[in-house]
Design a binder for this molecule. Structure first.
Ligand code: TAP
Length: 484
């Protein structure tokens, strides 16, 4: 296997058994696609990992036909308790293959192995366990008695949390009784394909989940297929807008989880060392390639210098490099195009007068790398304070009063996440109430739980994933028959 030239840690190599070529997963089997193939590479080395099929319209149609058949003949007729048993089985298999999945995720995505091992993959299992428990309790989901499934769900997921985003989409869809055609991101198809193997191991009935890899036009072929009942997309606001336009006037139910420009607000009474850890986690976790990243630090003016000094000291201890090394804190950027965007916006930040700082770090010569970066002296009108950079770049702004902090935090077209750091419980409640963000963390950041709904306001999209609310995206309400 040529990716082993890269010589990951011996333990990692031993547990990964990838194929050289992957087909599409349609109707329970891997099949050759009718379109061209493409290559997935390691962003840390630019070395080839595997060749993957690119699904064309004909392949997408075959996947939707398989999903429809499975919906009509099997899945929608099965009891919730039986659907739940499959989901529990999938969750357990994810746990059994956790180390292999974590290595594959870090290899294909570039994220540090300690994140994929300790965060991504455990959460994938947690999502399936959680929704397995819902499958026979849908009457309690708040959609009326015996809520109905929708049919075939088309799901397009991003590259920043490849397997976790798959779990966020597939687990509630199946629990609610829908079947699925899912399209992974072009740069990170691997773990979805390993997941297809898990579905085979779990004996999931053929066609209940279909995986169509692709690049360029697979996503739109899927979303625009006439026999799809539900569309779920996570990705950029620009593509989200296109999907909203193309599904307008159809009966397809749509949920969108788009970009963000989260504010992490630090008041002068906050436990500063704890806040610094939270700021670092908020923006450097997954190289900042996180829609809910705390990419804007709003720090109270009186503690600005102290916080920035401690942040710089902490950043100097971060290890940037090989994603498969257990000591790595910051891994590779997912693709050349993402790296280009980070460079461009950071250059604009400097041109607009902000002060740029990064710790000294030796970045590898191959692969896609960007050092942890802080911008101070940032004005609210600067591009780096407004645009989603989707990288390890923190823009620091100041405020004097809580009212000013709230106004600045809300001064964005996005509305996905925010953080509040303060010793005062009353202030947490008062400020959180006024923040126009779907998720507000207090004295912590980037905490995820399958029972908590996640989603945005404004240009961050609509609909919720996670929790009971996450089921609503995959159910049609029933109206109680009052005359009965
Ligand atoms: P994205 O906008 O994230 O999405 C590209 C995906 O959308 C591909 O799977 C693509 O499939 C599909 N797609 C494109 N046009 C479509 C259409 N009209 N209908 C249906 N599907 C369509 O693009 P990207 O290049 O990966 O990321 C760019 C930016 O998105 C990032 O810089 C970041 O700001 C943002 N982003 C946000 C998130 C989250 S979590 N909100 C995640 C990743 C990226 P085909 O290739 O088959 O067309």
């Amino acid at each position: 296997m040529n990716f082993l030239d890269y010589a990951p840690a011996p333990e990692s190599a031993a547990i990964l058994n990838l194929r050289d070529e992957y087909g599409l997963f349609i109707n329970g089997e891997f099949v050759a696609g009718n379109g061209e193939s493409f290559t997935t590479i390691s962003p840390a080395t630019e070395k080839h990992i595997a060749t993957v099929s690119c699904a064309n319209e004909q392949d997408v149609d075959a996947a939707v036909v398989a999903a429809r058949r499975a919906y009509e003949k099997t899945w929608s007729r099965m009891s919730g308790a039986d659907r739940g048993k499959y989901l529990f089985r999938i969750a357990r298999l994810v746990q059994e293959r956790a180390r292999e999945l974590a290595v594959a995720e870090s290899l294909d995505n570039g994220k540090p192995i300690k994140e994929s091992r300790d965060v991504d993959i455990p959460l994938v299992a947690a999502w399936f366990f959680y929704y397995a428990g819902w499958a026979d309790k849908l009457d309690y989901a708040g959609m009326g008695p015996n809520p109905r499934s929708l049919g075939v769900a088309a799901q397009v997921i991003p590259w920043n949390f490849p397997l976790l985003m798959l779990a966020w989409k597939i687990a509630p869809a199946l629990a609610a009784g829908n079947t699925v055609v899912l399209k992974p991101a072009e740069t990170t198809p691997l773990t979805a394909l390993l997941f297809a193997e898990i579905l085979q191991q779990a004996d999931l009935p053929a066609g209940v989940v279909n995986i169509v890899t692709g690049a360029g036009s697979t996503g739109s072929a899927l979303v625009n297929h006439a026999d799809v009942n539900k569309v779920a997309f996570t990705g950029s606001t620009a593509v989200g807008r296109q999907i909203a336009r193309s599904t307008a006037g159809t009966s397809k139910k749509l949920t969108l989880e788009l970009g963000g420009k989260g504010a992490n607000i630090v008041f002068d009474d906050a436990p500063i060392d704890q806040a610094v850890e939270g700021i670092v986690n908020g923006i450097f976790f997954n190289q900042g390639q996180v829609c809910c990243a705390g990419s804007r630090l709003l720090v109270q003016e009186s503690i600005h210098d102290d916080v920035v000094e401690r942040l710089k000291a902490r950043l100097s201890t971060l290890r940037v490099g090989d994603p498969l090394d257990k000591n790595t804190d910051v891994g590779a950027i997912n693709s050349a195009s993402q790296l280009g965007r980070m460079r461009e916006l950071s250059d604009i930040g400097e041109q607009e007068g902000a002060e740029r700082w990064s710790p000294a770090c030796n970045l590898p010569s191959d692969g896609f790398w960007f050092p942890p970066t802080i911008f101070t002296n940032v004005s609210t009108s600067s591009r780096i304070a407004r645009d989603e950079i989707f990288g390890p770049v923190l823009s620091v702004l100041t405020f004097r009063t809580p009212a000013e902090a709230i106004a600045k935090a809300n001064n964005t077209p996005y509305g996905l996440s925010a953080g509040i750091w303060t010793d005062k419980g009353s202030r947490i409640l008062a400020v959180a109430d006024k923040l126009r963000a779907g998720v507000v963390w207090a004295n912590t950041f980037n905490k995820f739980d399958p029972a908590s709904p996640f989603g945005g306001y404004k240009e961050s999209g609509y609909g919720r994933e996670g929790g009971k609310q996450g089921l609503h995206a995959y159910l049609a309400p029933t109206v109680p028959n009052r005359s009965a």
